[in-house]
Design a protein around this ligand. Structure first.
Ligand SMILES: Cc1cc2nc3c(=O)[nH]c(=O)nc-3n(C[C@H](O)[C@H](O)[C@H](O)COP(=O)(O)O)c2cc1C
Length: 330
């Protein structure tokens, strides 16, 4: 699959996830491979536009996490375009994504992200300004729109008229948050109208489900979020499964976490490394029946080293269960 001029090695994309998909995590995923596009966490356009992204840890890159997409969130056309331009000048990112999907936190308070789906004129202005400064492909990641006269089909037409190079559709509305299952039938409706690559997203909890999503909806690619936090090797599993119909043995999660702690320590100062380790540990622990206990026990330690050692003690006695993963946030 290509996004604009950028060829993706596989059609399996790693989702942007705030506080989690930073350079260290992307490099962790890249260690196994199989991922076709590595997303940054959501970047606030105001901050990028008014600071020096070259030295911003949120805009840092790993050594193996290519090709890369930078995701921007905001609602001011000039600011979003300026932020994209600055990031493009850094030369680290192959694709730019505009967020029309976030339904929580700071973006929701400012009525950015999914809230912009009720302001199509503003979205058109933003994408037009972004197009003027970008030589790289432009992608939109969105949820299912809500409200009268705001149909998914109408958005598929608009985004095709506005010449975005691909769309990622998270098959839930903003109101759904994660409370109801993803509606894959919406992906099929979208793909029927949108002529460029459409990437389906939502509730892919196994390699088999990723392939099923593409088959049932006609989507050109699939994006995986929470399952990649629980199993960063899922993309490699997916490629292997597609070729052979079998899944490889899972890696040693205890060793993985120990290496990850070392990598975080090398990239971040202690406080930030601890915060990032905790956030990821929350997800990796969800693989196990007693994961909540492991996580809370490890979090009683305040140093990265002690946390990593506690977790190592628990995980080295465990085996990774079969797919599907079962995240807490369903
Ligand atoms: C912890 C977390 C953080 C997220 N942060 C972002 C974000 O920064 N930008 C974005 O577009 N979506 C974000 N999402 C949504 C995911 O990219 C994805 O659309 C969603 O999790 C559905 O995919 P999944 O069912 O494979 O998890 C986040 C989701 C989670 C669970």
């Amino acid at each position: 699959m290509n996004i604009g001029t950028v060829p993706l090695p596989t059609p399996y994309l790693m989702a942007p996830m705030a506080d989690l998909t930073h350079a260290a995590f992307r490099d962790l995923v890249a260690q196994w491979g199989g991922c076709g596009l590595y997303y940054t966490e959501m970047l606030n356009a105001r901050i990028v536009a008014s600071s020096d992204p070259a030295n911003d840890p949120y805009c840092a890159c790993g050594s193996k996490d290519t090709p890369r997409a930078a995701q921007l969130v905001g609602d001011d056309p000039e600011v979003v375009a300026r932020a994209m331009h600055k990031l493009q000048d850094l030369g680290r990112f192959d694709v730019f994504d505009f967020n029309l999907g976030c339904a929580r936190g700071v973006p929701a308070r400012h009525r950015w992200g999914a809230a912009l789906l009720s302001r199509p004129d503003r979205v058109r202005e933003i994408l037009t300004e972004a197009r003027k400064v970008l030589q790289s492909p432009l992608v939109v990641k969105m949820r299912i729109p809500e409200g009268n006269g705001n149909s998914l089909e109408r958005w598929a037409e608009r985004l095709s008229e506005w010449e975005v190079d691909a769309v990622v559709l998270h098959a839930r509305s903003a109101r759904d948050l994660f409370k109801r299952p993803a509606r894959w039938e919406a992906l099929k409706r979208f793909k029927r109208i949108f002529p460029k690559p459409a990437i389906g997203n939502g509730d892919v909890f196994s390699p088999q489900a990723a392939l099923r999503l593409m088959e049932e909806t006609g989507c050109d690619g699939v994006m995986i979020g929470r399952a990649a936090l629980m199993r960063p090797w899922i993309f490699a599993d997916l490629v292997h499964y597609e070729k052979t119909g079998r899944l490889p043995d899972p890696p040693d999660a205890a060793a993985l976490m120990a290496r990850y702690a070392e990598d975080l320590a090398a990239r971040f100062e202690e406080r930030e490394a601890v915060r990032r380790f905790r956030l990821f540990a929350f997800w990796i622990c969800q693989n196990y029946s007693y994961g909540a206990h492991y996580f809370h026990t490890a979090c009683r330690s305040s140093s990265l080293r002690a946390m990593a050692e506690t977790l190592h003690g628990f995980l080295s006695r465990e085996t990774i269960p079969d797919y599907p993963v079962r995240p807490y946030l369903m």
